[in-house]
Design a protein around this ligand. Sequence first.
Ligand SMILES: *Cc1c(COP(=O)(O)O)cnc(C)c1O
Length: 398
Amino acid sequence: MQQRRIYLDNSATTYTDERVLQEMLPYFGQVYGNASSQHFFGRDALKAVDKAREKIAAAIGCKPSEIYFTSGGTESDNWAIKGLAHARADRGRHIITTSIEHPAVMKTCAALEKEGFEVTYLPVDSEGIISLDELEKSIRKDTVLISVMIANNEMGAIQPFRQIGEIAKKHSVIFHTDAVQAVGNVPIDVVKDNIDMLSMSAHKFYGPKGVGVLYKKNGLKIGRFMDGGEQERNMRASTLNTPAIVGMGKAIEIAVADMTENNAHISALRDYFVSQVLEKIDHIYFNGPKDMSKRLPSNANFSFEYIEGESILMLLDMAGIAVSSGSACSSGSLEPSYVLLSVGVPIEVAHGSIRFSFGKNNTVEEVDYTVKVLVDTVNKLREISPLFKSVKGESKYV
Ligand SMILES: *Cc1c(COP(=O)(O)O)cnc(C)c1O
């Protein structure tokens, strides 16, 4: 029998859309100039970069001059937060973020704490949403930055980001958002949403890996992240990655144009999957917002009591189903997810968690197969789990 290959890890990365790949190809071939060169080879590359910049700006409602190309979401987060903190250190050294940010934000904040900055990590409720009241109360005279993600990578919770922007504006605090999971799934308008800086990454919306963008409002001063050439208005050194940038432009254009249709397809699959799993498997937590309008259409995150997420992942892998336990960044380590602990999942339960993230190419048939394999897998693992036996009352006899 041919091995199945079902990809349910679209929050870790997405495949590159064929139309994106085709758009990129000429820039590996005949159009290979350096976009900073002053001859026609350079001009041809620059024209393509400018076109991509315009598409990305249009997708989030900013000006092309507010788009800075980077190597991905991680660099954009690092640059935005460190760049702003360093530029405003004389005004204040307090930053507000949340307890469920991606490591690219978490570890950046931790690095700044070592330099003497103070960071408030806002807690979230049982569904992964911050309290706007608490956010406002935590703003101090020396607060220079609020960094809150639009959508969480592990359990899909979408923050009330427009209200966060309003609060930041009211208190003259800069608002940065990690929108890596949100772009292509959630409509964003940086002007209406009062967003001063925004991070995104092409490979999360069917574009190539290794390219991202930092949107930074014109006039906002932040430090440079790397020293070197004068690319990107002398703010981000290094030769522009023309093929990747072209791909990112095409990918965001498609993502925004198809957003409604894709979200309808993906959320229908996800909702069907969730209802099947909840119906067929007991002793299980459905993590993140129960109100599906408050979570990414792609995301389903479950904790299966009495068994290990790693074991589930391995058995699904053997059956040709690709998922993630906790976040991709922390899998491999045996630490339970800090995101799930933040929403109150007990530590021993958090160990048994799996994220299923759906994409535009997944099918109902794949969901049916996955549910079947998952039910068998959970039953099999629980049969050999001493914890589960004692819950069922069988421990008396062993
Ligand atoms: C994937 C991801 C990142 C990191 O983006 P890279 O382009 O892989 O560096 C940052 N934040 C969130 C929320 C993500 O999902």
